[in-house]
Design a protein around this ligand. Structure first.
Ligand code: SF4
Ligand code: SF4
Length: 355
C-alpha cells in the first residue's frame, strides 16, 4: 500500500491547492441536510457527514444533462454533441456509493458506450472515505457486502484522529498530492494505527438481512408470484422518491427542446422513475407494467437479481436512502426478510413436516 499522512490542519491548504485545477464536490450541510455540492473552502466540507439526500451519482449522471444542440438559422447547419470534461474531484465518498459507481461504470461502458457519462467519468477523480461507524439507522451495507471500499478508488481517506491516512489507488490519486508538501510518507506506526481503526470498525455495523445475500437472486426467482408484491402495490404511492435518491438507479427520459422558429434547439435527458404511474406507457397508449405491484416487483428484481446477474455486482448497495425517503416505509431490508420468512418454513412447521 502506498500511503501518505495529511495532518487535519493542512486540509484547508490542500483544498485550496486542488481548487486551482479542479472543481471540488464534497459533502456539506445545506438547510440542515447533507448534500454533495461544490466546495469553495475546507470549512464547507464535512467528512463526518452521515449520509446525503442524493448520492454522488448526481455528479456523473446529472438530473438534467444536455446531449446535443442544433442550429439551422445560418448558412451552415450545426449539430454538436455536448460533453462535460471539466476536471472534477468528488471528495469523501462512502463505500456504498463507491460500489454504486462501480456498477454505473459497467452499465455505461457495455454495449454502445455512453460517451457523455464516460467523458465526465474520465475527468473525475474519486476520493473515497473509510466508513468507521454506521451512517444511518436505514443503512445495511454490511449485509450487502458493500462496507469495504471497492478497488477503483483514486485516493482513499481514513480518519486516524488528528491526521488522515491517504491511500493512493491510481495515477489520478497521485496527481491530487502532486507538489503539495504538507503530506509525509506513512510509517509503520501509522499503519498500526490504521489496523486498529479497521479492526474496530466492524463491530459498529450490524447484519440486518436475515440470510446470506448471495441467496437473494434465487430467493427472488422463487418469489415471483409472492403476495408480497400485491401488498406493496397497495401501499406504494408511486411517487418515485425511492428511485430518485438511489445511487444505482440510472433510468432516464430523453426530451427535445426546440425554439419557436423550429430552427434551433437541443436534446437532453432527465432522471426517470420506474415507480411512476406512466413510466411504462408506450406507443398506442399501451402500459406494459401498469400495476403498482408489478412495478414494485420489477424494482426489487432489478436491485436483487437482474443487475447482479448482468453486471456481476450488487444492484442495491444498502445505503438505506430509499427507506428513509419513502413516506409509507417501504424498505428493502424488510422486503428481503419478508420474502425469506415466507419461503422458509418456521421451526414449528418444519417439525410438522418431519413428523
Ligand atoms: S435500493 Fe435503496 S438501499 Fe438499495 S442502493 Fe438503492 S436507495 Fe440504497
Ligand atoms: S418512495 Fe415509497 S411510495 Fe414512493 S414510489 Fe418508492 S416505494 Fe412507492
Amino acid at each position: 500500500m502506498i500511503a501518505k499522512i495529511l495532518p487535519k490542519h493542512a486540509l484547508q491548504n490542500w483544498i485550496e491547492t486542488l481548487r486551482e485545477h479542479y472543481r471540488i464536490i464534497g459533502p456539506k450541510l445545506a438547510q440542515s441536510q447533507f448534500i454533495f455540492g461544490d466546495i469553495h473552502s475546507a470549512d464547507e466540507l464535512d467528512l463526518s457527514y452521515p449520509t446525503t439526500i442524493l448520492p454522488p451519482k448526481k455528479v456523473l449522471l446529472p438530473q438534467r444533462e444536455d446531449l446535443f444542440h442544433f442550429d439551422a438559422t445560418g448558412d451552415t447547419h450545426i449539430v454538436e454533441p455536448t460533453f462535460d470534461d471539466e476536471p472534477t474531484v468528488i471528495l469523501g465518498i462512502h463505500a456504498c456509493d463507491m460500489h454504486s459507481i462501480t456498477l454505473l461504470d459497467r452499465v455505461f461502458e457495455r454495449g454502445t458506450a455512453d460517451q457523455h457519462y464516460q467523458t465526465r467519468r474520465e475527468n473525475t477523480t474519486l476520493v473515497s472515505l473509510e466508513c468507521i461507524k454506521s451512517c444511518s439507522e436505514y443503512s445495511f451495507c454490511k449485509s450487502m457486502g458493500t462496507l469495504s471500499i471497492p478497488e477503483d478508488f483514486d485516493l482513499h481517506i481514513t480518519d486516524l484522529g488528528d491526521e488522515y491516512l491517504l491511500e493512493i489507488g491510481s495515477n489520478k490519486g497521485v496527481s491530487l498530492l502532486w507538489n503539495f508538501n504538507e503530506v509525509r510518507e506513512a510509517t509503520d506506526a501509522d499503519f498500526e494505527r490504521l489496523n486498529k481503526v479497521m479492526s474496530e470498525k466492524w463491530s459498529h455495523f450490524t447484519y440486518r438481512v436475515d440470510f446470506d445475500i448471495t441467496e437473494l437472486p434465487a430467493l427472488l426467482s422463487l418469489s415471483y408470484d409472492s403476495k408480497v408484491w400485491e401488498e406493496l402495490g397497495d401501499r406504494c404511492l408511486a411517487c418515485g422518491a425511492c428511485n430518485i435518491v438511489c445511487p444505482t438507479c440510472y433510468c432516464f427520459d430523453v426530451r427535445d427542446e426546440v425554439d419557436f422558429s423550429l430552427c434551433s434547439g437541443g436534446r437532453f435527458r432527465v432522471w426517470d422513475s420506474c415507480q411512476l404511474d406512466r413510466f411504462a406507457v408506450v406507443a398506442g397508449g399501451h402500459d406494459f407494467r401498469d400495476a403498482r405491484a408489478a412495478r414494485q416487483r420489477h424494482r426489487f428484481f432489478r436491485k436483487g437479481k437482474y443487475l447482479t446477474e448482468k453486471y456481476g455486482v450488487v444492484g442495491c448497495v444498502g445505503c438505506g436512502r430509499c427507506a428513509q425517503a419513502c413516506l409509507v416505509h417501504i424498505s428493502p431490508v424488510d422486503i428481503f426478510n419478508e420474502l425469506h420468512r415466507r419461503r422458509v418454513p418456521s421451526a414449528a412447521t418444519q417439525e410438522e413436516i418431519l413428523a
